[in-house]
Design a protein around this ligand. Sequence first.
Ligand code: SF4
Ligand code: SF4
Length: 446
Amino acid sequence: MDREARTMYRTKFHNLEQMDIRALTWCMQCGNCINDQRSEVGADGTCTVYDFTPGFEPYYSRGKNMVIRALLEGRLEPSQELADAVYMCTVCNLCNHMCHNTWDEIEDGGTASFPIHRVMDHAAVYEALRADLVELGFEHRPGHKVLLASVKQNDNPWGQPRRAKADWTRIYEPKGKNLAKKKEKIDVLYYTGCTAALDRTMTDVVISTAQCLDKAGVNWGFLGANEVECGSILMRVGEREEFKRVARHNVKEFNDLYEQYGCRTIITSCAGCFKTIFQDYPEWYEEIGEVVKPEVMHTFDFLLRLVKDGKLTLDHKVNARVTYHDSCHNGRHCGYFETPRELLNEIPGIQLIEMPRNGKNARCCGAGGGVKSGYGDLATRISLDRVKEAELTGAEFLVNNCPFCEQNFRDGIIGIKSELKNFDSVQLVAVSCGAKPIEALKSLGT
Ligand code: SF4
Ligand code: SF4
């Protein structure tokens, strides 16, 4: 990012000024970010909140960009109403994928209208706007305040004591080491994340991961009661000082494991944890003070590596029609579209059927960016829509790689009384490698 781009404006919006926002001035008002007319995403809109919000421009990318420009040029004063509207966005970045000004001409096959590479990341700009609004004293949504208070008190957003992070070990006793009891030599740290470890209906994601690691003979460990949340929710809702505090703690912990205990890889179950540790920590390294030294992988990538290296054998058949939901954080934000599908295709018997909106064009589950806690009804309505899309594929299972998506899909499945079973792809892997009996799938999912 060049110096000129960072200093176009001198305002109270210093987080926005750190972004490369030249594309704001090049917006051609085409509306592709709202309701793209190309066939890629279907006729029902680009923007995740398009069908579910009151229809004013500031809910969509084009309007938000106009608002940001007006704020920076002093033509508009910020307000609580504006802050409330800005939180009605899942930061899914589908608008970014559709915008002429952010296309990458090489990545997108030379179709960009402007000879410009990724000059603006819409979601990152909206997060910066949220950070400025927080610093200017505007209020969070009530649901955000509850999560933020819990992060301060418990190091997790779900209002649970720290010790609960290891409760899953009462159901399955792992070979992996509980590093909260004693730090020991490990090759891999499994960072369980808050949602999978603390939502009791979802701990099988953690258990299945542990079973796969044990089956493959990996020397691994987990932080248990000492695991501090990754900071994703803090970054998404604009609490940057808190984010930096949490990130500094985690990076120090990860690097201590690297330096003193041989840990070379960190794996995560959650797309939010993955994006935060893999992408946000490096972007904020100057303020965090150090980079994460172990490599950071999502579980599906690590499991695929184990399969390819011959350490994990997927030889138990799972005869099922499956559709895969790309979480925004793993997909559009971090670019992982192929490896989850590759892993699913390694499972004998699986028939993978794509939803019309998949890969880069995938619709968000509706929970991201603080929408689940800030506007629960909106998150559920978006989830209903995505579940219907999954159902129309004729699949029996809707699988994903993010406990947060899974949590939101449950509301959608219950809402439309869908027969779909919804769970994490690691649970299929655990069955296929023989760590779990096939009967376990009957009790999984919504
Ligand atoms: S990030 Fe997603 S929800 Fe937000 S404006 Fe863009 S498309 Fe809409
Ligand atoms: S897609 Fe990009 S150029 Fe088109 S209206 Fe949206 S922000 Fe403007």
